[in-house]
Design a protein. Structure first.
Length: 123
C-alpha cells in the first residue's frame, strides 16, 4: 500500500509544480522540516512563489503525506480483514489570494501596465 500512496504523492507534487512553472514566476519547492509538520503529516512538500513587495517567498501550495494517522482515528479501513487502514494524501493546489498577488506583481511592466502570463490569457 505504501508504494501506491507514495506514487500518488509524487504524481500530485509533479502536476502541481508543473502548473506553477507554466506561470513563469520565480518558484521555490522545498520539503518542510519536521518541526513545521502538523501532527498528522509525515511529509510535506511546500510550493512558494516570490512576492516582490515582501522581498520574500510566500507559500501558495503544498502536498502532504498523511499515511494512516487520520484513518486510524476515523476508523476508515479498505479491506474486510479490519487491519488495513487507508493512507491519505492532501494537496492544497493554490492559495488564490497569495498567488494572485505574486502573479500581478511579477507581471507588471514599466509604462504598459500588466502583462499576464500566456497561460492565463483568454483565447
Amino acid at each position: 500500500m505504501s508504494n501506491s500512496v507514495d506514487f500518488i504523492y509524487i504524481q500530485l507534487a509533479t502536476i502541481i509544480t508543473s502548473f506553477y512553472q507554466r506561470l513563469n514566476v520565480p518558484l521555490r519547492v522545498c520539503l518542510s522540516p519536521s518541526y513545521e509538520l502538523l501532527s498528522y503529516e509525515s511529509l510535506r512538500l511546500t510550493i512558494e512563489v516570490y512576492l516582490p513587495s515582501q522581498i520574500d517567498y510566500v507559500r501558495v501550495g503544498s502536498v502532504s503525506l498523511i499515511d494512516d494517522y487520520l484513518a486510524r482515528r476515523l476508523m476508515i479501513k479498505h479491506n474486510s480483514d479490519n487491519k488495513s487502514y487507508v493512507a491519505m494524501v492532501h494537496a492544497r493546489v493554490a492559495d488564490v489570494s497569495q498567488l494572485a498577488k505574486c502573479v500581478l506583481e511579477a507581471s507588471q511592466t514599466i509604462g504598459r501596465g500588466i502583462k499576464l502570463p500566456s497561460v492565463l490569457s483568454m483565447r
